[in-house]
Write a protein that binds this ligand. Structure first.
Ligand code: SAM
Length: 376
């Protein structure tokens, strides 16, 4: 018997969780489920038709039924194509008296198209979400929320660049920026799929943790809104010799780094806009403080993001890597570096994407210069 949040579930888990498990339950994904719950509570939309098309043990759908605030749920539909999973799902629903959850057996795409439209769709597959994105978009009401998980981080971080190009239509390089690159490439791919039908998918809250990526989008409609999003699809020009980076709407092979004059790499295209809506990220953090069902890890993550979301610039300075590349011996503590940046009149925050990195609006040369200022 597993207990997660307010729900008990009669299923087994293994030390090493794989997709070959008869009924899939991954305790590591509690953060993913926790954040979906506080996201919806913070959003505060009422009377929602909620779809969990790959529901496995049913833990997510049942936690929605029990832990979402009054008035948010109109009904919840939970589906899986694995009949053993559906048996467990039914038991989870019954044992926890989740009267507003109905259970379906079948393919996720067929389920979404037949049972939609929904106000919230949670795509949580093994690996890439690609096979389910189009039916997710077309089964969502305008103003609805599409929540996407991607666990195929090797394609999104550049471990397998050919897979990145094939699956996400982007040229991806593995380096210190990779998890933020992965999230931004994923966002752009999903936006491109919506764009062909003049559907604009606006990222409201995004994160990377435990080797998966997660993005919550709001669906808007119209050519203007869609075109505006696509204007924010850019390449990042990254210099592996000095760590200088900048966004560009184009990439020329011959382009040299303005700082060290060596050849840069063009990574992308990817989304260069905001990853979070600040007010929502703050509300999610506030609500996490009063919620006893969330794990400690969830609380830590949403707190980090509630600070990071104020620094609305893409990417970060990886302090350790820059010390190495620039032969910097004056290796100050992270808090001291942040204080120095703030003294100079810029903003700086840590980033949840990498614990050795700082997100800041300070320019690249001024950042490097900080390490001379602090020298004794
Ligand atoms: C990663 S698990 C989902 C975990 C679940 N959302 C949770 O939070 O515990 C993926 C599930 O998708 C199901 N699945 C895979 N392909 C599917 C398809 N085409 N249609 C419906 N379900 C599918 C699998 O049987 C599995 O239970």
């Amino acid at each position: 018997m597993i207990i997660e949040g307010s729900i008990t579930c009669d299923t087994a888990t293994k030390e090493i969780v794989t997709k070959d498990m008869n009924v899939f339950y991954n305790p590591v994904m509690q953060i993913n489920r926790d954040i979906s719950i506080i996201f919806l509570n913070a959003l505060g939309k009422k009377d929602m038709r909620i779809a969990d098309p790959m529901a496995a043990s049913g833990i997510r759908a049942c936690r929605f039924a029990k832990e979402l605030s009054e008035g948010i749920v109109k009904e919840i539909k939970a589906n899986d194509c694995n009949s053993d999973a559906v048996e467990t799902l039914k038991k989870t629903v019954d044992n926890n008296s989740c009267e507003n959850v109905s259970v379906y057996l079948g393919d996720a795409n067929e389920f979404l198209r037949k049972e939609g439209p929904f106000d919230y769709i949670d795509i949580d597959p093994f690996g890439t979400p690609n096979p389910f994105i189009l039916s997710g978009i077309s089964s969502l009401r305008i103003g609805g929320i599409l929540a996407i998980t991607a666990t195929d981080t090797s394609a999104l971080t550049g471990t397998y660049p050919k897979a990145g190009l094939r699956k996400y239509w982007s040229k991806i390089e593995k380096n210190e920026l990779m998890h933020e690159v992965g999230v931004r490439v994923l966002i752009r791919k999903i936006q491109m799929l919506g764009a062909q039908y003049a559907r604009a998918l606006i990222p409201l809250y995004s994160f990377s943790t435990d080797h998966y990526y997660r993005v919550f989008f709001r669906l808007d409609s119209g050519k203007k809104k869609t075109d505006a999003l696509m204007k924010q699809h850019n390449m990042v020009l990254f210099c592996p010799y000095c760590y200088h980076f900048e966004f560009s709407s184009h990439v020329f092979n011959s382009e040299l780094c303005p700082f060290c004059k060596k050849k840069r790499k063009g990574i992308g295209p990817m989304w260069s806009g905001s990853l979070w809506k600040t007010e929502l990220a703050e509300k999610i953090f506030d609500m996490s403080l009063k919620n006893d069902y969330l794990s400690k890890e969830t609380k830590k993550l949403v707190e980090k993001i509630s600070h990071e979301c104020h620094m609305d610039v893409p990417f970060f300075y990886h302090v350790h890597k820059m010390w190495k590349l620039h032969g910097i011996k004056n290796q100050m503590k992270m808090d001291s570096i942040i204080a120095l940046i703030e003294d100079k009149g810029f903003y700086a925050e840590r980033t949840h994407f990498n614990k050795y990195a700082i997100r800041s609006d300070i320019s690249f040369p001024e950042f490097i210069d900080l390490f001379n200022i602090g020298k004794i």
